[in-house]
Design a protein around this ligand. Structure first.
Ligand SMILES: Nc1ncnc2c1ncn2[C@@H]1O[C@H](COP(=O)(O)OP(=O)(O)O)[C@@H](O)[C@H]1O
Ligand SMILES: [Mg+2]
Length: 272
């Protein structure tokens, strides 16, 4: 099998070998502590990882392992306690609130489990909202590409309440991609979908990377969903605990099993 699970002892996980030229998102010694004193929770504990541009990467790990926290720090939604999150070559810790707001608006896209569409707006208005807020005009060819690949042509005038969950999530994906952000962050994007709608959403996320050149980082707890990605990064107890290139569902399951067996003990490497 082409699958290696390892517990890195020092250096960062490398970028996907497909595109070694560019790193879209990066963590160095990234640490997040919530709360203080006896109530303090170390959600992330010195995470080093690179996410390659033009790749679809899944982040997996047990509940509470720090997946959402990692994504929020990488996307500039929350601030690290120590260490560094970078978008491209921008260090997020150096940005003030205004610059962070602009970075989130102009350089990243978000897809959430709960869709987060505005109920009084049509599908098309929801898709165009990020451009609207930035005072920009849509690129008509890109809008057409998104609408057609996501199968939204017949749904553009519908409001979210008139759409299925899968359709709403496809609208949310079009909204995340409309401004051509450097990275799309998706937190459990199929968590509220039936398996067929989930598969459609995952296929599209993969196409957006393979055919449209986008970069996607997705948190999931579903090995089948993770297997759509080019690479799976495993987290346990707020630390990087494994890295699987070209994952299959079986390889992901084996990696998660290895995590359970290893716990977070030493720096030794194992193969799955
Ligand atoms: N806002 C918060 N305040 C306090 N603790 C938090 C907060 N967000 C997350 N945590 C804690 O940090 C740890 C990691 O959480 P999270 O990143 O949400 O994990 P995951 O997404 O892998 O389930 C958990 O122990 C969680 O309870
Ligand atoms: Mg989470």
């Amino acid at each position: 099998m082409d699958t290696t699970v390892y517990v890195p002892s020092g250096p960062a996980s490398g970028p996907d070998p497909r595109r070694e030229d560019a790193v879209a998102s990066r963590a160095r010694g990234l640490t997040k502590v919530y709360g203080q004193g006896a109530a303090a929770v170390r959600a992330l504990d010195g995470v080093d990882v690179d996410f390659a541009a033009g790749a679809f990467t899944a982040i997996m790990g047990p509940s509470g392992s720090g997946k959402s926290t990692l994504m929020h720090l990488l996307a500039g939604l929350d601030q690290a306690t120590s260490g560094e999150a970078m978008l491209g070559t921008t260090r997020l810790s150096g940005l003030d609130d205004g610059a962070l707001t602009r970075l989130r608006r102009d350089r990243v896209g978000f897809v959430f489990q709960s869709f987060n569409l505005l109920p009084m707006f049509t599908a098309e208005q929801n898709v165009l909202l990020p451009l609207e807020l930035a005072g920009q005009k849509p690129d008509p060819a890109w809008l057409d590409t998104l609408v057609d690949t996501l199968g939204l042509r017949q749904r553009l005038t519908h409001r979210p309440s008139e759409l299925s969950g899968g359709q709403q999530q496809r609208v949310a994906i079009a909204r995340a991609l409309i401004a051509k952000p450097e990275v799309v962050f998706a937190d459990e994007p199929t968590g509220n979908l039936d398996s067929r709608s989930g598969a459609e959403v995952l296929s599209f996320l993969r196409r957006s990377v393979r055919e449209l050149g986008r970069t996607v980082i997705m948190v999931t707890h579903d090995p089948t969903a993770a297997a759509y990605a080019d690479r799976v990064v495993l987290l346990a107890d707020g630390r990087i605990a494994g890295d699987i290139v070209d994952p299959t569902p079986d390889a992901v399951l084996a990696g998660l099993d290895a995590l359970r067996t290893l716990e977070t003990s030493t720096g030794s490497a194992v193969s799955a």
